[in-house]
Write a protein that binds this ligand. Structure first.
Ligand code: UT7
Length: 320
């Protein structure tokens, strides 16, 4: 028995912002952003919320799968940018799409969040606890950016991607995941401080802070390592893979992983030039593009890998 993705969907924020447009507000340039990251534009939320984009991506995934929201048993949303501390985005998506019979909760594993949630959903289905699952990665990163910090605010974008899973004869072969909490502060965004009648903390939460070079070093080391581990467990080599779907953070990271795996860069589809880094949303949005625009076929082999704050990392091998 395997667990298979039978529907995908995505929804990006409507407003497109090019590097040149951003340079009117931030001390930066298209030349710097393009050459260091490969990002040329991104979407920025104006009306959208994390919940609204997650719900739309979910509706599209269910439509592709030919399933009604009332049939969904489980909704997991991976996000670091929920609209509320509580209720979770997953509970709000449940209400929005009318998935009244679903269990719903969020996971926070930053850019690895979608793959972490995928593994959780896989286990729910494999144990027979649920028959299906809707796994969503959704982010409105623009709201946690310090728009005076040019080293971070130019990198990120807003959007959501979803995958609907059911039991099948082929599908996810294996997933490896890990966390390195002691390095967590290299990419952080503090929540509210302790605040009560005995101690006055700051009420406002902080913005995102990143030591870009440390994250870069972590990514180029850990991403190929966990991909090779997942491939080995699947008794496969990089040559067996048709598509490498990597977290869309930086074209230089993707090129470095391709080199380490000795795999042609053509096998690494990318959205980052027009989406920027959408954290947990970047992998499911890339998967949806593979399905809708790049002609992925049943039986194709896909290796997925994501890395990010926590620090966290994960890789998945999928027979599509
Ligand atoms: O989802 C995971 C999240 N994060 C990542 O994957 C990020 C991984 N890291 C990276 O991709 C790279 O470290 C960055 C793209 C973030 C930065 O590239 P870098 O080559 O490490 O640049 P840097 O931070 O060392 O900065 C080099 C220079 C500095 O100027 P000086 O001190 O050399 O004069 C920065 O002030 O570039 C300057 N700079 C900028 N200039 C124009 C930093 N950001 C910008 C900017 N526009 N947006």
């Amino acid at each position: 028995m395997a667990v298979r993705i039978i529907g995908t969907g995505s929804c990006l924020a409507e407003k497109e912002v090019t590097n040149d447009e951003l340079a009117k507000y931030v001390d930066t340039s298209d030349e710097w952003i393009s050459s260091r990251t490969g990002i040329k534009k991104r979407r920025i939320a104006i009306e959208e919320t994390t919940t609204s984009m997650a719900s739309e991506a979910a509706r599209r995934a269910l439509e592709m799968a030919g399933r009604d929201a009332s049939e969904v048993d489980l909704i997991i949303v991976a996000t670091v940018t929920p609209d509320y501390y509580t209720p979770s985005v997953a509970c709000q998506v449940q209400a929005e799409i009318g998935a009244d019979n679903a269990i719903a909760f969020d996971v926070n594993a930053a850019c690895s969040g979608f793959v972490f949630a995928l593994n959780t959903a896989k286990m729910y289905i494999e144990t027979g606890y649920t028959k299906n699952a809707l796994v969503i990665g959704a982010e409105t990163l623009s709201k946690i950016m310090d728009w005076n910090d040019r080293g971070t605010c130019v990198l990120f974008g807003d959007g959501a991607g979803a995958a609907y899973l059911e039991e099948s004869d082929m599908g996810i072969i294996n997933i490896v995941q890990g966390s390195i909490g002691k390095k967590g502060m290299v990419l952080n965004c503090r929540a509210r401080k302790t605040n009560n009648v005995f101690v006055q903390g700051e009420i406002e939460p902080d913005f995102l802070h990143m030591d870009g070079q440390e994250v870069y070093k972590f990514a180029v080391r850990q991403c190929p390592k966990c991909l090779l581990e997942a491939l080995e467990k699947a008794d496969m080599t990089p040559e067996d893979i048709d598509y490498f779907v990597l977290h869309q953070a930086n074209v230089r990271i993707i090129q470095s992983v391709a080199k380490r795996l000795k795999a042609p860069i053509e096998k690494f589809p990318m959205t980052l030039d027009y989406t920027g880094n959408m954290s947990a949303a970047s992998v499911p949005v890339m998967l949806d593009e593979l399905v809708r625009e790049r002609g992925i076929k049943r039986g194709d082999k896909v290796a997925v890998s994501a890395f990010g704050a926590g620090l966290t990392y994960a890789a998945a091998i999928i027979e599509w």
